[in-house]
Design a protein. Structure first.
Length: 272
């Protein structure tokens, strides 16, 4: 995938990693605009190509009383407003075949969640919109098996595909990142490391996913060192009170220092 195929994407000639970042879910307009403005400012300063991320709904929840969204159209309109206000591309998850065409009217990148990446009809529906398709690697899948998911997109006539690793299940309640998978998946498509979801601790007995956000810097640094094309980081100005995935999101106040360090590592890697 050529980064220049993503509308509004800036700094594509900076030889930097690209970034997908934002809140887990769109909780409202004010929070989305606040996060987009802050991350957009940081990435402009550091010349990082930036795509704003926000799920318009959360279909995969541990409990029936978990937050799922503020309404599909309302959230998608907020994503469009973010894009138009800050001149940024946007990405959101889709969960059902009908979501593809609907979301494609509002965002630039369609993301297939990890638990759904084997769903052929969903992947094909996303591909046929002509949008960039981001395939999250299933926690239960090998890096090698992602070549088939990517081929579903290209065989549907869409070469704009990327793969995102988000860790692999380690027992019932933990995730690990196998960094050997990064060069493997780069053979098939541009490859992203989802830093924050890789630090989830799923299937907790209370029905709310846990996480290890103190390890975000460690995993992100390792990802840059192993040559990922992009990073995926969920961030929020108040993770403790976020409506979804707060346990593993990065505090927005810590993002600038992290990205500054990662840019320095990338520059070193580029000169090796």
């Amino acid at each position: 995938m050529n980064l220049n195929e993503i509308p509004r994407l800036k700094h594509t000639n900076s030889n930097n990693f690209f970034l997908l970042a934002g809140p887990c879910a769109i909780e409202g307009e004010d929070m989305a605009m606040r996060i987009a403005e802050k991350v957009g400012s940081i990435t402009d300063e550091l010349e990082i190509p930036y795509i704003f991320k926000g799920s318009f709904k959360k279909a995969n929840r541990s409990r029936i009383d978990s937050f799922t969204g503020i309404g599909d159209e309302k959230a998608l309109k907020i994503l469009r407003k973010v894009s138009e206000t800050f001149d940024l591309p946007t990405v959101t998850d889709i969960h059902e075949n009908n979501d593809a065409a609907m979301a494609a009217e509002f965002v630039d990148v369609l993301q297939i969640p990890a638990f759904l990446v084997r769903q052929t009809d969903l992947v094909v529906a996303a591909a046929k919109t002509g949008k960039v398709v981001n395939l999250k690697k299933g926690q239960f899948m090998s890096p090698e098996s992602m070549q088939h998911a990517a081929k579903k997109v290209t065989d549907s006539g869409n070469n704009k595909v990327m793969i995102t690793d988000r860790g692999t299940m380690f027992g019932y309640q933990d995730m690990v990142v196998d960094f050997r998978g990064i060069p493997t998946m780069k053979q098939y498509a541009s490859t992203v490391l989802d830093v924050t979801h890789s630090l989830q601790q799923p299937n907790q007995s209370v029905g709310v996913t846990g996480g290890r956000p103190e390890m975000i810097s460690t995993i992100a640094r390792a990802g840059i060192a192993t040559g990922v094309d992009g990073l995926f980081i969920e961030t929020h100005f108040d993770p403790a009170n976020a409506k979804s995935d707060g346990a593993n999101m990065l505090d927005l106040a810590k993002l600038e220092k992290l990205l500054t360090d990662l840019v320095a590592i990338r520059k070193t890697i580029n000169h090796l």
